[in-house]
Design a protein around this ligand. Structure first.
Ligand code: FES
Ligand SMILES: [Fe+2]
Length: 457
């Protein structure tokens, strides 16, 4: 679809599921619809609402705890703190991973205080020295004979929580009756099946504390309506216009948006090859001048060039990607707090989590996960070139955070409006959002939260 759409009087959308799609789709995909529940400001700042989210939703969903690659040997473990809870995920002797509440069942001491580490066989409680086996058994206690009710070793195990993996991610749930992970995530694994995520490496891991409610990120990734004003630098090569974008939602509460890599159809410049777009074309031996006046046609040419030149340049993983996946941005939002954007270069993962005390604050994690490009030991990231190796966590405050990206730092741009929106949401003058149709997934997201809170899920 070419040309600018300035004069188009009626909103038009692509059919869902897209009947001509060459990329993975799912029969359950629907064009986004919502009931019409109001999105009131208190959802973002009221402690009472946050408590309901904890009781009815966070205790039931699957959480991302980390990456499988963090656990190499039996006894290697990571911990993940969420609200007042803490979970240990530990590698077993048989190669599996089990997850336990991070608490000693003697008198409730938190067992492990660090975010990651390794033990030989046991977690030893720092208080009275009880030794908990990495498989959850209690193997040794001091003065075992002094328990008239019977030795605790025979009676107690660490409390286990469901733990499963997909795509190299470790997930756990606080719900002992959680549905199997793949059922919960459906159809995201199907939609991302052309990417061998289990073997990709996490080369960026930034954790920021942000003065906004956790739902900001889900809302924000559920629309591209903010791109022209917040990220104007994308105009030459990301088509944010709704008429060229695929919008899908699924019964499980997850959804997807696919944006084409081409100049934005929103502007009269859509047929011009501007700087960023020209750079990408040149990199793949295409002459920008050939596409002057028909710049969007370069998208197909770029797919063909990557298909042809990719393998000899070390991009062997292109083999399993469909043509559209060689150019376009596949934004998946996993309910409630996980965003996975697949591009031809890698997977951008965002996870936001609520603050323990204050709904006005959250923790924002950004992970960049990439496939190997054969013959290279470095990879381009938002923060410059990085070694092709598993990275460690970098933490900080948003106010202290600076990126080093040429095309403008879209994360900082998003986080800046996150903070001002959080302020505005307290206003007595705000009672609901007034949404464009292309933002329907936002209302739908809040409705799925309501479904949990009000007992419909
Ligand atoms: S609380 Fe852990 S050994 Fe006493
Ligand atoms: Fe954004």
């Amino acid at each position: 679809m070419g040309g600018h759409l300035g004069e188009q009087p009626v909103a038009t959308y692509l059919e869902v599921p897209n009947p001509t799609a060459t990329y993975p789709t799912h029969p359950d995909a629907q064009f986004p619809k919502a009931r019409g529940d109001a999105i009131t400001g208190d959802r973002y700042w009221s402690k009472e609402f946050a408590d309901k989210e904890w009781e009815k939703m966070w205790k039931r969903i699957w959480h991302v705890g980390g990456r499988v690659a963090q656990l190499e040997e039996p006894g290697d473990f990571i911990t993940h703190n969420f609200m007042r809870q803490s979970v240990i995920m530990v590698k077993q002797k048989n190669g599996g991973i089990r997850a336990f509440h991070n608490v000693c069942r003697h008198r409730g001491n938190r067992l492990v205080a660090v975010a990651e580490g390794g033990v030989t066989d046991h977690f030893t409680c720092p208080y009275h020295g009880w030794k908990w086996n990495i498989d959850g058994a209690l193997d040794w206690v001091q003065d075992e004979e002094d328990f008239p009710q019977g030795s605790p070793c025979a009676k107690l195990r660490m409390k286990e929580v469901p733990c499963e993996t997909w795509g190299g991610f470790i997930f756990y749930s606080f719900d002992p009756n959680a549905v199997p992970l793949l059922e919960y995530l459906d159809p995201l694994p199907t939609l991302l099946k052309n990417r061998d995520l289990s073997n990709w490496k996490r080369v960026v891991w930034r954790t920021l504390r942000v003065n906004t409610n956790w739902k900001f990120a889900s809302d924000n990734f559920n629309e591209s309506y903010h791109i022209p004003s917040v990220h104007p630098q994308f105009q030459p090569m990301i088509d944010d216009h709704y008429s060229t974008t695929i919008f899908e939602m699924y019964p499980t509460g997850h959804n997807r948006m696919i944006e084409k890599l081409q100049p934005s159809s929103r502007w009269p410049t859509s047929n011009q090859v501007m700087e960023l777009w020209a750079d990408v074309l040149k990199e793949w031996d295409l002459d920008p001048a050939d596409f002057e006046g028909r710049a969007q046609d370069a998208r197909i040419a770029l797919q063909q060039a990557r298909r042809k030149l990719g393998p000899q340049r070390g991009y062997t993983y292109f083999e399993t990607l469909s043509d559209d996946e060689l150019t376009d941005q596949f934004h998946h939002t996993g309910f409630p707090n996980l965003t996975m954007t697949g591009t031809p270069e890698g997977l951008h993962v965002f996870r936001t989590e609520p603050d323990v005390e204050d709904p006005n604050w959250s923790t924002f994690d950004y992970w960049y996960i990439v496939p190997v490009i054969e013959g290279r030991d470095e990879v381009a990231t938002l923060y410059g070139m990085r070694p092709y190796a598993e990275t460690t966590q970098q933490t900080g405050d948003f106010s202290a955070y600076q990126a080093e990206i040429k095309q403008g730092d879209f994360l900082t741009q998003d986080l800046e409006v996150a903070v001002t929106q959080q302020q505005g949401l307290h206003s007595l003058g705000h009672d609901d959002a007034y949404l464009a149709e292309q933002e329907t997934r936002i209302r739908r997201f809040h409705e799925v939260i309501n479904d949990y809170i009000e007992g419909r899920r």
